[in-house]
Design a protein around this ligand. Structure first.
Ligand code: MSP
Length: 645
């Protein structure tokens, strides 16, 4: 199967923002997904550069329209690779071949009698670049631009759109997937239940001359939508390019709800008039609001993709957008929501699973993928869940339910995290008699992670690659992974070297947005016992005094919140014997993320009772000036109980 996927071509009167980035990331993700299914895909985006709005913006910037369009189009073109978006073609409506093709199409449709000269009086919205019907207005204003449309009366050329109305209704009804989600199909059908008017496709040059001249009347330019929609054909070489032949039948467009009408009504009828089959599917998504408010320049809340990338990294941005929006519905963006996704879904759930598993392979299996033995029921349960996830993920991705596809992946991630807690590899590691069981558990973790990394490729290509390399794949194997050959259980080769690298995602501080475990703290940090206030020690300490402290490596094997305390966690640690320690770190760490971590403990403190729990030691943590604690965790596996000196 092949696919030709497109985004809208964006107006060059504004710089790229979150909304544009979302649509283009969806297209890129879907494209990567279909490539992962070994399909042949072509992906097109670009810029829409003619019309009133652009001419006005250029004028305001003191530039010629083309000069102005060049500068903004460049910003769009350069924004995409930075977000790991890889379009095959970037089309501009000022491209010579596009202009030629639009004129060819106009000639053809005119010659066959589907374009005629008429006169038009109507209410024109500059923002929408189209005439609005009375019915569409909200208290006399355009509902999208909150401005009153201008009454205009002039001679113009019209496309006989009404002629194709019955055909279009029939096509939509007999192809249930033509417009999705369903709500937008219904919206279009409801609009089509009233008689369709013909479409005005020209503007007199006396009013606007920044556009493509009509080939049959030089006093007019082509209406922006008639010009812009044709980009989907010119980009693949219509009428006689090989690629056109190959890709037109498999064209799928992605848009937001704002441009439903031109795509669901004008475009299919234009194609019908041209004697071409309509596109295969139209995918319509909702709008991103910012903290529940509409994103707009006047409110000053426009979110730029580049700022997001700098603050959060590409993969977090891509993950957040795909996870947070239910395709078709509106969604709200806020810094809090993206930080919370990064901390809980990415750093805690996925990042921890990955680093804990690889750390255990490093410590307990010499860093080599072990050989599994006969699986126990809980091993098979994990393997079956991972395999079942693949097919559900495919179905959801195929139908643009990206958030549900990700939920499937995350349910396997939590299952794997629970599996670690239940199978206690650190306990198994204590007795050589358990080696084969330990190896089986570790193998199941690695194999589950391989499948998770594989399905995350379309959404977070960078993280997926990091995971694959960590799991011992070569660069070439990474690049050639696909769901058809690799989306099944049992492909990790025993003996392959596992590479424990940096953590996949840092936890972000909600206030500063900075990684919590920043390498070199800008603010002073001092070591303190977690939970005690970090006052500076007075005076110098002799070595003999220091020697009195028994500092040990402690491995956390269980962690839980202490009832009625926001600050305290009860930790079970091995150092090497098991003991209970209470630590005041509940505000900074989730209990689940601590299990498997190695920390430093003061082992010879007098036991103390805190909130009813007796603590037999203290865990060391760094406290910054704001009082935030970061555990002094060890990354290389050290036998629990080792003395720290
Ligand atoms: N030039 C026309 C499209 C011509 S396609 C043949 C146009 N351009 S636009 O710059 O206004 O882009 C509109 C598109 O940008 C939307 O359909 C959507 O893809 C994206 N978005 C713009 N704002 C958005 C949000 N606030 N939220 C989500 N997507 C949004 O219309």
């Amino acid at each position: 199967m092949s696919l030709y996927i497109t985004t809208p071509i964006y107006y060059v009167n504004a710089q790229p923002h979150l909304g544009h980035a979302y649509t283009t990331i969806v297209a890129d993700t879907y494209c990567r997904f279909r490539r992962l299914c070994k399909e042949d895909v072509r992906f097109q985006t670009g810029t829409d550069e003619h019309g009133d709005k652009i001419a006005e913006a250029a004028h305001a910037a003191g530039l010629q329209p083309k000069e102005y369009a060049d500068s903004i189009s460049k910003l769009f073109k350069e924004a995409w690779p930075v977000l790991h978006i890889q379009p095959d073609t970037f089309i501009r409506t000022t491209d010579e071949n596009h202009i030629l093709t639009v004129r060819q199409i106009l000639t053809k449709v005119h010659e066959q009698g589907d374009i005629y000269l008429g006169s038009y009086s109507g209410l024109y919205c500059r923002g929408c670049e189209r005439f609005l019907t009375e019915k569409e207005l909200l208290e006399g204003n355009c509902p999208d631009h909150q401005t009153a449309p201008q009454p205009i009366s002039e001679s113009n050329y019209f496309f006989r759109m009404s002629k194709y109305q019955d055909w279009l209704i029939d096509h939509i009804k007999s192809n249930p997937d033509f417009i999705t989600p369903e709500r937008y199909k219904n919206e279009v059908l409801s609009f089509l239940s009233e008689p369709l008017e013909d479409l005005c496709i020209s503007r007199p040059k006396s009013r606007l001359d920044w556009g493509i001249s009509l080939p049959f009347d030089d006093d007019f330019v082509t209406y922006v939508w008639f010009d812009a929609l044709i980009n989907y054909l010119t980009g693949i070489g219509y009428p006689d390019g090989k690629e056109f032949e190959h890709y037109w039948n498999v064209a799928e467009h992605i848009i937001a709800k704002d441009i439903l009408k031109p795509h669901a009504i004008y475009w299919p009828t234009m194609l019908k008039a041209l004697g071409l089959p309509p596109y295969k599917r139209l995918h319509v998504h909702g709008y991103w609001n910012i903290n529940e408010a509409k994103m707009s320049k006047s409110i000053g809340n426009v979110v730029r993709p580049e700022t997001l990338r700098q603050d959060f990294g590409v993969d977090t941005v891509r993950y957040f957008l795909m996870r947070e929006m239910s395709f078709g519905l509106d969604a709200s963006f806020s810094d809090e929501s993206i930080i919370s996704r990064q901390n809980s879904d990415l750093a805690n759930d996925l990042g921890n699973l990955f680093s804990r598993s690889l750390t255990m392979v490093t410590r307990f299996a010499k860093g080599l993928a072990p050989e599994p033995s006969e699986p126990a029921p809980e091993d098979s349960q994990l393997a079956e869940a991972a395999v079942a996830m693949i097919s559900r993920y495919r179905d959801h991705m195929q139908s643009f339910a990206f958030n549900r596809a990700l939920q499937e992946v995350w349910s396997v991630i939590s299952l794997a995290n629970r599996y670690i807690v239940a199978s206690e590899p650190w306990e198994l590691a204590k007795d050589p008699a358990n080696t084969s069981r330990l190896n089986t558990v570790l193998y199941h973790l690695i194999e589950t992670l391989r499948l998770i990394g594989l399905v995350l490729m379309p959404i977070m290509p960078g993280t997926s690659r990091k995971m694959a390399l960590g799991l011992g794949l070569t660069e070439e194997e990474c690049a050639n992974q696909n769901l058809v050959d690799h989306g099944r259980w049992g492909l990790t080769r025993s003996g392959v070297t596992i590479q424990l690298g940096d953590s996949l995602f840092p936890r972000l501080d909600k206030k500063t947005r900075q990684p919590q475990a920043a390498k070199q703290p800008k603010k002073k940090k001092e070591l303190s016992a977690a939970g005690k206030s970090g006052k500076k020690a007075a005076g110098l300490v002799s070595f003999d005094d220091f020697k009195k402290l028994d500092l040990r490596v402690a491995e956390i094997t269980a962690a839980e919140k202490i009832n009625k305390s926001d600050r305290l966690l009860k930790l079970t640690v091995m150092a090497p014997e098991e003991r209970t320690v209470v630590a005041g770190i509940a505000e900074y760490y989730q209990p689940e993320e601590l299990v498997g971590c190695q920390v430093i403990m003061v082992a010879n403190l007098k036991p103390a009772k805190l909130m009813g729990v007796t603590s037999h030691g203290m865990i060391l943590a760094a406290r910054d000036e704001e009082g935030k604690l970061t555990l002094t965790a060890l990354t290389a596996g050290v036998p629990p109980g080792s003395k720290v000196s």
